[in-house]
Design a protein around this ligand. Structure first.
Ligand SMILES: [Zn+2]
Length: 232
């Protein structure tokens, strides 16, 4: 039997999805979930994409291993002593007999036992409220520093993105961001504020971010490395 030429073999690497668009080149992206996403122009044949995946398979496998080695999202059971993050610090969960149903942050996260049946939502509501306070204060500070001010500020439940800006000039931030250290919260705020003037991720955009925050790359890298920790 004749052997199939290498270029015709199905790549051993599973492709999560192929996104066709008007772009001109093929891009391979290994997602934080260690899956492969291919971005390709509309008319590029499948065989061409397969060959490219085969050619880049060493790089892809290395990237996938890297992604798998990153810190994993904690499994939440909401048990006594379980750690929750707030501005980069760990707070062990502690149930109290407080009848009011309050959540108080001391050196622990003190949660009234009466909230236990609906603890997930209760904690989320608490994070949203805290995120409103912290993010609004930092956003105000950087607005004054930069002269860029959003028309509105919203705290969202977004899971995949930490911040975004609307076409009306408003900024949205995920409550999940408030789990990260303040320096990381600041980076996301500055990033979105700069978007109010520069809507893309062009060189000009990154130059503006760098001018305001010379070590932004280190912060960005932290977010990439640790994002799964924040996905509660
Ligand atoms: Zn951006």
């Amino acid at each position: 039997m004749p052997t199939i030429p290498a270029v015709m073999q199905t790549p051993e690497i599973p492709v999560e999805k192929i996104v066709r668009s008007r772009r001109k080149t093929i891009a391979l992206e290994v997602t934080p979930q260690a899956t492969l996403v291919v971005r390709a122009p509309h008319r590029v044949p499948q065989a061409y994409i397969d060959r490219m995946i085969l050619e880049k398979s060493t790089w892809i496998k290395k990237k996938m291993a890297e992604m798998r080695a990153r810190p994993q999202a904690p499994v939440r059971l909401y048990e006594e002593g379980e750690v929750f993050w707030f501005l980069g610090r760990a707070y062990p969960l502690h149930y109290t007999d407080d009848p009011v149903g309050a959540i108080v942050r001391t050196d622990r996260l003190e949660v009234s036992r009466t909230l236990r049946p609906d603890i997930r939502n209760a904690l989320q509501r608490w994070y949203v409220e805290e995120a409103k306070k912290e993010i609004a204060a930092r956003c105000m500070y950087f607005s004054m520093m930069t002269g860029y001010s959003p028309t509105s500020l919203r705290i969202t439940n977004a899971k995949g993105r930490w911040g975004s800006c609307t076409y009306k000039g408003g900024l949205n931030f995920s409550w999940r961001l408030v789990q990260a250290p303040l320096s990381i919260v600041d980076y996301v705020i500055v990033h979105e504020l700069v978007h109010l003037r520069q809507h893309d991720h062009s060189k000009k955009f990154w130059a503006k971010v760098e001018a305001l925050m010379p070590d932004y790359q280190r912060r960005r890298e932290w977010l990439r490395e640790n994002e799964r920790l924040l996905r509660i």
